[in-house]
Design a protein around this ligand. Structure first.
Ligand SMILES: [Zn+2]
Length: 112
């Protein structure tokens, strides 16, 4: 066992008590394996297959999508290069040949 020294008095006689570490010299108790909270996962955007997307990825559209404000349809299989992830309902910002700047939903795309 290699327990850390007491963070308060630096005593090396610390012992484990359940999930806590205890220092017999100054009475300090603290949590062993203190986990630092990371919310790294909360901003992950995934494609239809659950693959994590990142800026600069190339994706294809997996279903025909109506383009907002126009009568054109973005065809299934359309390849989109160099996507940019953004916050919001439509979480992919991109530029598509023949369409211009577009916003897509990650659930309707697939990473190549
Ligand atoms: Zn101590």
């Amino acid at each position: 066992m290699n327990l850390p020294n007491c963070p308060k008095c630096n005593s090396e006689y610390t012992y484990e008590d359940g999930t806590m570490l205890v220092c017999p010299e100054c009475g300090h108790e603290w949590l062993a394996n203190q986990e630092t909270e990371t919310d790294e996962d909360s901003n992950v955007i995934k494609d239809a297959n659950g693959n994590v997307l990142s800026d600069g990825d190339t994706i294809t559209v997996i279903k025909d999508l109506k383009v907002k404000g126009s009568s054109s349809v973005l065809k299934q299989g359309t390849k989109v290069k160099n996507i940019r992830l953004v916050d919001g309902d439509h979480d992919i910002d991109c530029k598509i040949d023949g369409f211009g700047p577009m916003k897509l939903k990650s659930e309707f795309v697939k990473k190549i």
